[in-house]
Structure formats: C-alpha cells, structure tokens
Design a protein around this ligand. Sequence first.
Ligand SMILES: NCc1[nH]cc(CCC(=O)O)c1CC(=O)O
Length: 305
Amino acid sequence: MTGARRPLRLGTRKSLMAMTQSQGVANALTQHTGHAVELVGVTTHGDVSKALLAQIGGTGVFVNELRDKLLSGEVDFAVHSLKDLPTTATPGIALAATPARDDARDALCGPVKLADLPHGARVGTGSPRRVAQLRALRPDLDVVPIRGNAPTRLGKVTDGELDAVVLAHAGLRRIRRLDAIAEVFDPDQMLPAPGQGSLALECRADRTDLIELLGALDDPMTRAAVTAERMVLTVLEGGCSAPVGTYAAEVDETLHLTATVAAYDGSRQIRMSASGHPDSAKQIGRDLADRLLGQGADQLMGEPD
Ligand SMILES: NCc1[nH]cc(CCC(=O)O)c1CC(=O)O
C-alpha cells in the first residue's frame, strides 16, 4: 500500500486497566515503528457475565470476542493480559509479542499487612490459586469469593464489606491504585498466576507483516519466563482458575522456575523448582509439571465444592 497508511486497529477490553495497558502498547508501537494505532473497545463475555469466574469456566472469557474480531479482520491486533489467555493455541491466531513484563507479584490491599489482620478477617479473592495459598498462610481467615473489576473489588474494602482483597500488582499500577497496597507478596509466600504481569499481543497467523512489526515490542526474557510458566499449566491441564502458581525469571542466562499446586482448603501444598537455559523454557516447564504430578499434584487440582 502506498500513500498515508491507515492506523492499525488495536482491539482491547474497555476496562480502565485494559485501556491503560493497550494505550501503553499503542504508544510504544508508534514510537518504535512510526505506525499510528487506534484503540477499538470490545466487550467480552468475562465483562458482562455476573457468574463467578470459576463457575463460567474461566479460560478464555476475556479473550474469545477479541480473537473473533481478529479472525474477521475487524481489528488488526489485540492486547490481552497474558494470564487470561487459555493455554491451548487457537488455530489462525499468533502470539506476536510478549512485551517486557511488569511486576508479577500479588498484593494484599487494605489497611494492614497479612500478619496484622485479625483472626477471622474477611479477605476477598475470586481466584482458587489465591484462595489456596492464602488459606495455607493464614488458615484462620475467612476467604470470600468475589468478582468484578479491580476498582469494584477495592471498593468492597473501602465500604467495610471486606477487610482486604488480593489483586495483581501490575493491574493496580495500571489503574493507578498502588496506594491501596498494604503488602506485596513475595513469591515465597504466594506464587502468581502463570503469565501474571505480562501482556500478549495477538494477531492473525497469516499476517506475517504484522507479526514482524509487533515483534519490535517482544522481550525474549519475558517470553522465556512466561513460556515455562504456561507450560506448567498446560501439562497440569489447568486454566486460569486452577490452583496453580508459578514464577520464572532469568538470572545470568539461567531461567529459574518455581511452581506450586495447592489444595483449595489450604491443607496441602506442593512446591518445586527447576532451572536451565532459557532456550529450553518449554522443557523446563514440562519437566517441573511432571515432577509435580509425581508428587500427587493431580489430587489437589479437583474442583472446589
Ligand atoms: N483475571 C483478571 C486480571 N487479568 C489481569 C489482571 C491484572 C494484570 C496482570 O495480572 O497481568 C487481572 C486482575 C487481577 O488479577 O488482579
């Protein structure tokens, strides 16, 4: 095509968090490639359903509509939170880039740190992974399932319905609510969701031009880390609602991966680590998942009552 180029259409969810992260990607892409980018807001099933996420199955509820719009050509590429992507590949869709990761950790939001919450305090989270790890840390807490976007969840603390909520640090930063954090959980206490804190840029697999263009934003260290993390989830056959926590990071060209599978009631937790060359990210993840299964991880993966 010659003459003025059409702006690239970036499909995004419409929440403040999604719009902020998508605008950040749009700005970075324009800066790196000179292409203008225009945001196209899309409502997904995950945004409209009132059911608890764990009940509607979790996997894919935030991404399927965006992928449909990629396949139909209504948008050129889409930005997702990587942790919301199902582990199974979708035919015709390519993961074109994983930009440099934000803080991957979870954060306790409320007036006091975890150790200072009173016995029986009400802590909200909709994620079985967070429920299981919170119960393992503080079995006396009353962990309450909640959903809604991050501002809604934070509102339940402000209005006194809950004593605290657990949210991703990266999301809180994007909505400019780091002020709500009482404590950031070290991965030793609570392992994040596979891919937490990183973004996924997807486009149609046949758009090789775009795959190359978007590749300008890819961060190989992030890609290796999230590849290993997601492989653990793939082998354990869990979606974003599985009680599986992982964290991988590269130090001196070695990729270190830690993963946990925790019983929903907090009664049992298996936690193991592995490391290797970043080029072997998939294999590191696969081997670690196999070792977790060898320790009985599948017995801890059952649906909560
Ligand atoms: N499941 C919703 C979701 N998807 C991505 C984020 C935050 C950003 C991230 O984890 O990358 C959140 C909210 C949360 O878990 O607190």
